[in-house]
Design a protein around this ligand. Structure first.
Ligand SMILES: [Zn+2]
Length: 496
């Protein structure tokens, strides 16, 4: 064990220290990619634009709003509503200057603006023209142009600048609309990387013990609570299961007094005041904090917060796979799915929370067959189970950290999401059955096993469940790669 690891071990909570194996193999963290990040970054669509004197832009914007659907994302909130003729990309400037009253618009004394109306697919053209004709100042020369625009928000200022010169003025909102912000990943990775090897070694150890005892497959899970200085440590957020996205108006975000926002490249005021895409996405301030919609401001916040909070970790649950426990061979080839390691570990956290609330115990039910194998079965599980929950408030696994020997199956991945877990680290990818990774994979992995009738069962679907917009919760995820640690081999078709 190296000196830095010795230091980490010395700082562990007593329960964890009691369980750790003598040798801890080191590994490195590789952040998971989201489905959106793996998709083509530049997806283009077409948008209608028009031009009008400054004084009537409000009326034009109202018409545009009335004609587009309410869908925030479709309304292109990353593109400026109004652009001065001089700020058009050069090729558009040249083109539009020579159309209709272009000369007057570009060189005349009155102030005209180009206005983005919305996606071409969303707006009926005839309707648009007839409504624009109701505005006196443009009635005689209605201009409607169609331009290609990027449909997704940019992920950096550099990209926004590039798109501004290629397509239309584009706003970078300092968030990553395709996944967790890189600075957030880095910030947490600095903490997680210090001791990830310790927790992974515990997950591997319990996995092997379970296999040896004939309880289950060599799959293990460890849940810890990590306290980070400067981060809200209270955990007072009351989670509302079934939360829906707050429906912030995107038009508000890019609209000034006359229906336009003209501050080029987005002033600070705008950036701070607007609900960012991530606010809309989570509807949860705590998670927003964790995902850093505004990482620069976050640094300031951190320094203002209670710095007396010490960086620490505490183990909350450890559980191995127990799918073969109490199985008499009639349960089929997959064993008991309720006894997957992740489900057992989450359930143990729940039991600790109930214990802390000091609820009167219900009469133990006597059942011949226990479906939820969520009582400790191994010595290590019992030791962690007996220790009290370090902070028994907040929703189930809110902001806790999960370590697994294998990428969890789709069922467990959803359970992890529902438990509001904050971060996940796993070692072995399960290309055919895993629910966390976003890559389509494993198309060639089952041929060798000879288990598939056709010699190939098609590969995994790359659901990327750790970060999906439609699921209303997301976590940070890493794979843990190690050349030293023993491989925990399982069948490619196993649902971990
Ligand atoms: Zn599972």
């Amino acid at each position: 064990m190296g000196d830095s690891m010795k230091e980490v071990v010395e700082k562990l909570d007593p329960v964890a220290r009691r369980l750790i194996p003598p040798n801890i193999d080191l590994g490195t963290l590789v952040p998971l990619k989201t489905n959106l990040e793996l998709r083509d970054n530049l997806s283009l669509g077409f948008a209608y634009i028009t031009r009008a004197p400054n004084k009537v832009t409000n009326s034009v914007v109202e018409i545009a709003r009335a004609l587009t659907s309410d869908d925030t994302a479709k309304n292109l909130p990353h593109l400026r509503r109004c652009v001065k003729p001089g700020d058009l990309p050069p090729h558009l400037k040249t083109q539009f200057m020579n159309e209709g009253n272009g000369r007057q618009v570009h060189f005349g004394k009155s102030n005209w603006l180009y206005i983005l109306l919305g996606p071409k697919d969303e707006i009926p053209y005839e309707e648009l023209v007839s409504r624009l004709a109701t505005i006196d100042d443009i009635r005689d020369d209605i201009f409607v142009g169609v331009i290609p625009v990027p449909l997704l928000a940019p992920t950096s200022q550099m990209l926004a600048s590039m798109w501004s010169s290629q397509f239309w003025q584009t706003i970078y909102r300092r968030n990553n609309p395709l996944g967790p912000h890189p600075s957030t990943i880095t910030r947490f990775e600095n903490y997680v990387s210090k001791d990830a090897s310790v927790w992974m070694s515990l997950a591997q150890q319990i996995a092997k013990k379970s296999q040896k005892a004939g309880l289950g497959e060599p799959v293990g899970a460890v849940i810890i609570k990590r306290t980070i200085p400067g981060k809200n440590a209270g955990g007072k957020t009351v989670m509302k299961p079934g939360m829906i996205e707050s429906d912030s108006s995107s038009d508000y975000t890019r609209t000034g007094p006359n229906g336009c926002n003209l501050d080029v490249q987005g002033g600070r005021g705008e950036m701070d005041a607007i609900p960012s895409a991530e606010t809309e996405y989570y509807g949860d301030a705590k998670q927003l904090d964790a995902d850093g919609s505004n990482p620069e401001a976050q640094g300031d916040d951190a320094s203002k917060q209670d710095i007396s909070v010490k960086e620490s970790t505490e183990i909350v649950a450890i559980a191995a796979d127990a799918r073969w426990h109490q199985q008499d061979g009639t349960s089929g080839p997959t064993g008991n799915p309720m006894a997957h390691a992740a489900l057992r570990a989450i359930s143990m956290v729940a039991q600790k929370l109930v214990r802390a609330e000091d609820r009167p115990k219900s009469e133990p039910q006597i059942m011949e067959y226990e479906t939820f194998q969520d009582k400790p079965l191994l010595g290590d599980e019992q030791i962690v189970f007996d220790a009290d929950h370090p902070s028994p408030d907040g929703y189930l696994c809110h902001e806790l950290e999960l370590y697994m020997t294998h990428e969890p199956c789709i069922m467990c991945a959803m359970a992890i999401l529902h438990s509001r877990m904050g971060r996940i680290v796993f070692r072995h990818r399960m290309p055919l059955t895993g629910g966390m990774c976003a890559e389509d994979r494993g198309y060639d992995s089952c041929e060798a096993s000879g288990l598939c009738e056709n010699g190939n069962c098609g590969g995994g679907q790359g659901l990327g469940l750790f970060y999906r917009k439609e699921l209303n919760w997301s976590l940070l995820g890493w794979e843990w790669e190690s050349n030293d640690a023993e491989h925990m081999l399982v069948d490619a078709h196993l649902h971990a």
